[in-house]
Design a protein around this ligand. Sequence first.
Ligand code: MG
Length: 262
Amino acid sequence: MREGRALAGSVLLSAKGPKWNDTWDLASFDANERNTTHQQLIVLDLNGTLLHRTQKNNGVRKGYPRPHLGEFLRFALDNFAVMVWSSAQPATIEEMLRKLLQPYCTEFVRVWDRRYCELGGSYFEKATSIKDLQRICDGFGLDQSPYRDTYGKYSGYRGACAEMKGHWTIDNIILVDDTETKAARNKDNHIHVSTFGNPNTPRETRAPTDDELLKLKQYLGGYVEKKASFPSLVAYLKEYPWTEFRDLAAATKGADTLTDTN
Ligand SMILES: [Mg+2]
């Protein structure tokens, strides 16, 4: 199995958010989806889950990858189909993928943006957003989104490979997201991770100790090992709740530390 590699420490991001040019030239996500052999799909949020995108400060906005990001993505891509779904705008997402998730993002099967979410308010303002996983199973594409013409008449990537409609089942999709409300339609499918990059915490003190992605890798590794014993990925989540696993891992780590210092 290939090793995941460490990613950049921090990068500069566009302060205002770049313009959207109707192109996803990072990869052919359609082809990735068409060719995948995986039946289980992991849907990953970006900001707060895999990375931290700072607020604008003196005209500068930065992006920080979460510790162990490369290792986690390598593991996830080797064992599952992987999709990114962020409630950010497409240009912002593309920039985050290009600057913080290379080379892994070229292997994703889909990338969905704000246009695929259910919004509780206006598209260009802060609004609650929901990621309804059933849309993935239903073959939902950009044509069906009320926001399809947000950037003018869009003619690029539609967000779903038509040949794969019916390939994904709701029992084999999980959403990894640091915001509980995004999973309002699919609570049983949600792995609620802690938020990386609390702006009230200095980055220097929070980054080295954050091992959420390492724990998530261990947790999903448990499923990969015992896959045959479970009818579905969601059944694994139900039997072994993520939060219990994480808290136990934290407690065990604490006990190890205690032993080390004795
Ligand atoms: Mg988030």
